[in-house]
Write a protein that binds this ligand. Structure first.
Ligand code: NDP
Length: 245
């Protein structure tokens, strides 16, 4: 199946930023999107917007740190749209601090939201992909995992762990059933760093993010990977502002 029209795509972290942009881009191109996050009001507004434009969408309240929520996201896609072609594991959080601050709660939160969540998504979607004979797993990782900088050790570690497990999964799945894609955005203008607790670090991070690209640019890159013919896998995409060092 080439293209996007008619595919069923589940997206985590679709209540804002990159995930919301992916949902809008794919729905506009004919996909049925099943969108998950915790902020249900935001999801409902997005569903309304997609429906108003003639698209197909269904919202599911999902906390990606809970395995059962990922299972519910996948079963909702099957119940509502009868299949699942793509899972975009995009939800994530970023907490910025030197390791020596020993902010163990933030470490745990990032491991849960950025890494464990992807494993739970794989556990929920892989049996469906195998049963269908086709499936595509897309993850939003980060250039933070490619260029190591201080203050982002655990965040970058979770993103590199996801990159590693997707590559392993790819090598274990060369029977043509599964496609895997890791998208590594650089700075993107979203709410990601609005939740950094230290006000000074937050302000600096927000100023940096303001120099980023629009989330729609990442959405187009994801669409590019999804629209390829079934036998073509776009493995890694790095997408960043031309001004990022
Ligand atoms: P946003 O903060 O706008 O979006 C993050 C999304 O993740 C929200 O929809 C949020 O939904 C969701 N989310 C967070 N925690 C959970 C949870 N426990 N359960 C369910 N959903 C959750 O930031 P971005 O759009 O930038 O982030 C999207 C992805 O892109 C992240 O993985 C991030 O690491 C990655 N990324 C972003 C970059 C950037 O510069 N912006 C650069 C590189 C990678 P809700 O709070 O409603 O649950």
């Amino acid at each position: 199946m080439t293209g996007i029209d008619g595919k069923v795509v589940a997206i985590t972290g679709a209540s804002s930023g990159i995930g919301a942009a992916i949902a809008l881009e794919l729905a506009a191109r004919g996909a049925a999107v099943v969108i998950g996050a915790r902020r249900t009001d935001r999801l409902d507004a997005l569903v309304e917007r997609i429906h108003a434009a003639g698209g197909r969408a269904k919202a599911v309240t999902v906390d990606v740190t809970q395995r059962s929520d990922l299972e519910r996201l996948v079963t909702t896609a099957l119940d509502r749209f009868e299949r699942l072609d793509v899972l975009v594991s995009n939800a994530g959080i970023a907490r910025t601090a030197p390791i020596a601050e020993l902010d163990v709660d933030s470490w745990d939160a990032m491991i849960d939201a950025n890494l464990r969540s992807v494993l739970y998504g794989i556990a929920a979607a892989l049996p469906v992909f195998r049963r269908q004979g086709r499936g595509h797993l897309v993850t939003t990782v980060s250039t933070s995992g490619l260029k190591i900088v201080p203050m982002q050790a655990v965040y970058a570690g979770t993103k590199n762990a996801v990159r590693t497990l997707l590559e392993a999964l790819r090598q274990e799945s060369t029977d043509g059933v599964l496609r895997t894609t890791s998208v590594s955005p650089g700075l993107v203008r979203t709410e990601l760093v609005d939740y950094v607790t230290d006000p000074e670090i937050r302000k600096l991070a927000q100023e940096r993010m303001a120099t980023g690209i629009a989330p729609e640019a990442v959405a187009r890159a994801v669409a590019f990977a999804i629209e390829q013919p079934d036998d073509v896998e776009i493995g890694d995409i790095v997408i960043r502002p031309t001004t990022q060092n």
